[in-house]
Write a protein that binds this ligand. Structure first.
Ligand SMILES: [Fe+2]
Ligand SMILES: [Fe+2]
Length: 267
């Protein structure tokens, strides 16, 4: 079979993004990553990515100020709310990584596509682990309302790969590196060892995700012939609606290729 007869990578990514059912999206994201790795998809961008990915009917998405209180940290209700919120973040992260590869892959290169598809496969696994954990607690993804704002960053940066890289992996995923160790400690202190192991795995993988983002961002800056740090600060102040606040997990950030000079100056 000649290369141009293979299905296009863009069509495969688009189909995974449009999948509404969480389990099917997990399978589709992992399949597209594997098919790409095995050379079964052509480096061809013949279709556009959707502006809104497919979503299941539940969870109901609410603006942050309408989210119900999580309940006391140690309570059963509080625990379920925590895992549900984490599962939702990972569910959206699947589409964020797919969209990165499918929307910007044509203007970048095959290594970029492969990197972000491997991220999508990780996010799919993170979601599956968290949903399974929720089920051991007698709940499941969709049982509670979830945060509506997580796709905003993708929408705001849909026209510019540098802006997308600056905000999604290098701000939002990096934020995960800062907050996960505290959650992990709390979960372990509560005696939830299987939950702690899931969070350890996620933290490890997220360091790699941030590093992938930072590496490709540096490549873009080089191509534009601008200083990486300057470009990042400009784009973050333009496109990131929140604030960067300490405490930072400096060692995890350093392992991910983010220097202290970079983010300390913005905080
Ligand atoms: Fe993740
Ligand atoms: Fe991630």
């Amino acid at each position: 079979m000649s290369l141009d007869r293979l299905p296009s990578i863009a069509a495969a990514i688009r189909a995974a993004m449009l999948e509404c059912d969480p389990h099917k999206k997990v399978m589709a994201a992992r399949r597209v990553a594997r098919d790409w790795r095995l050379g079964r998809l052509a480096y061809d961008f013949d279709v556009m990515m959707p502006d809104q990915p497919g979503r299941p009917e539940a969870p109901e998405l609410l603006p942050p100020n309408r989210m119900p209180k999580r309940g006391k940290a140690g309570s059963e209700r509080g625990r379920i709310a925590l895992w549900h919120a984490l599962a939702h973040i990972e569910f959206v992260a699947i589409d964020l990584a797919l969209d990165m590869a499918g929307r910007f892959g044509a203007g970048m290169n095959a290594a970029f596509v492969g990197d972000f598809l491997s991220v999508a496969a990780d996010e799919a696994m993170h979601f599956a682990l968290l949903d399974r954990h929720l089920r051991t607690l007698g709940s499941h993804y969709g049982a509670l309302p979830a945060h509506a704002g997580l796709w905003t960053a993708a929408h705001d940066t849909r026209h510019d790969v540098a802006a997308r890289l600056a905000v999604v992996p290098m701000v939002l995923e990096a934020r995960g590196l800062d907050v996960t160790p505290t959650t992990l400690e709390r979960v372990r202190a509560a005696g939830d060892e299987s939950g702690a192991l899931i969070l350890e795995r996620i933290l490890d993988d997220e360091i790699r995700h941030v590093r992938i983002g930072a590496t490709h961002f540096a490549d873009v800056a080089k191509r534009l012939d601008v200083v990486t740090e300057t470009l990042w600060k400009t784009l973050v102040s333009r496109y990131f609606r929140g604030t960067l606040k300490p405490p930072f997990n400096d060692s995890a950030r350093l392992a991910a290729g983010l220097s202290r000079e970079l983010y300390a100056g913005v905080a």
